[in-house]
Design a protein. Structure first.
Length: 127
């Protein structure tokens, strides 16, 4: 059962990644990402073979202006400035390295902000 759920998750993420990559070919998209992954790896993401790790997700989000939440879960927070979302993620990483006890407080703050700013109509497209 868990394998099936993981397969479904990869397929859903692949569909959303295809949407955010658009008509850009894998090589060009890898270039846009600063070649942190190659074109064949982009193919594995957009065909549901694998899921991008955190660093790649952050870079995809920066380049496409789509939230990580949308890429992973199909939920777009339309009122959240993508730069703010990325800043929160980076802050969380720094806090985790400095003092792991801060992480839960920062996570609570991030979740609170996302709930306040979440799109009230539940739109699910990115762009």
């Amino acid at each position: 059962m868990p394998k099936r759920n993981n397969d479904e998750l990869r397929i859903q993420i692949a569909k959303r990644l295809k949407q955010v990559v658009g008509k850009t070919n894998n090589r060009e998209f890898a270039d846009k990402l600063g070649n942190i992954v190659d074109a064949s790896t982009i193919w594995t993401y957009t065909n549901g073979v694998s899921i991008p790790g955190p660093e790649v997700l952050i870079k995809i989000s920066e380049v496409t202006k789509c939230s990580i939440d949308y890429i992973l879960h199909g939920v777009q927070h339309f009122d959240v400035d993508n730069d703010i979302e990325l800043d929160m993620i980076k802050l969380l990483r720094r806090a985790e390295m400095a003092d792991p006890r801060l992480v839960n407080e920062i996570k609570k703050y991030i979740l609170m902000r996302l709930e306040i700013l979440e799109d009230p109509w539940g739109r699910e497209s990115c762009g």
